[in-house]
Ligand binder design. Sequence first.
Ligand code: URA
Length: 188
Amino acid sequence: MNTEKKLLLNELYEPYQHCTNCPLGTLGRTNIVFGEGDTNAKIMFIGEGPGQQEDEQGRPFIGRSGQLLTRVLETAGLKRSDVFITNIVKCRPPKNRKPFPNESKTCKQLLLLKQIGIIKPQVICTLGAAALEGLLEQPIRITQVRGRPIELGKITIIPTYHPAYILRNAKELPQLLKDIMLAIRHTK
Ligand code: URA
């Protein structure tokens, strides 16, 4: 089962290694950051888009916000390797700007929705406003929606803060932990 999912994910990834289907493919990207983790994960984390280190190494959430995410996961009793981590857009936006709606939509349709279809997580934890906006294609206010489950077919979405926001607002750290623990409670 897991091997089959790995094969399907590899098949999905390969044709897009040099993707230019949206402007981000021609704006200085080094690597596509496809995502990593347990292909059978019950929880999938979706961030906004790769930053500099992620772009250089082709891995999601390995910079400062990723290190914070890893620590919060461990506090909640999960290892990084227990979950699948990816982003709405797989290419780094210039100067880490927010992805434009056409970029998020293109990448979502070509890759993210297919990743979700293969992995079949029970819960998706969106990190920050841009991730949820990209997924739902509508503007949201993260302070209003965080910690409130959204049912989307068989999947429960738990919106929470982006770890980069927590690095700037440490007092919100308990909320991020609480939301991740809520995501865990929504798994069977
Ligand atoms: N921020 C994100 O949204 N994603 C990453 O992979 C890294 C930082």
